[in-house]
Design a binder for this molecule. Sequence first.
Ligand code: ZN
Ligand code: FE
Ligand code: FE
Length: 174
Amino acid sequence: MKLDSLQKLFISELRDLYHAEQQLVKALPKMAKGATSSDLKEAFQTHLKQTEQHVDRLEEVFQLLDEKPVAKVCRAMQGLIEEGAEILEEEGEASVLDAALIVAAQKVEHYEIAGYGSVRTFAELLGQDQAAELLQETLDEESQANDLLNKLAMEVVNPEALIEGELSGAKSES
Ligand code: ZN
Ligand code: FE
Ligand code: FE
């Protein structure tokens, strides 16, 4: 697609988000399964439900624009999800691994916040008020998900894991 109008950039970015969200629908159940903290598991499961709605909302936006819902490969989300998958393979202290999953998930939310903030603004500029509203709803849920992860980050880490080597009984190398 030749990017010679804001409308085309808008659609192109929506396609990117459409692919990003579809990948997340597949990745979030694995994150939930891999988490140890029950609060973190629940947060991933709740966000999975929301993410399914994000896919539906994007389809509504495409419909409002009279565009077929077409996904464009989002390499950034592929990479972010791969990093999350690497953590699931990692061994270590459960609460530290939960903290690592939170970092990965927050990177995802920040990417989505950037994407949705942009398309919401494009919709406003283009006078697509209904689309702007739908995109704002998703943006708000991504922000809330990020806020919850911030809160959980302060709660999941086992205090003993704050001390290097404490859990494995290893001596520090100083
Ligand atoms: Zn989303
Ligand atoms: Fe992307
Ligand atoms: Fe999200």
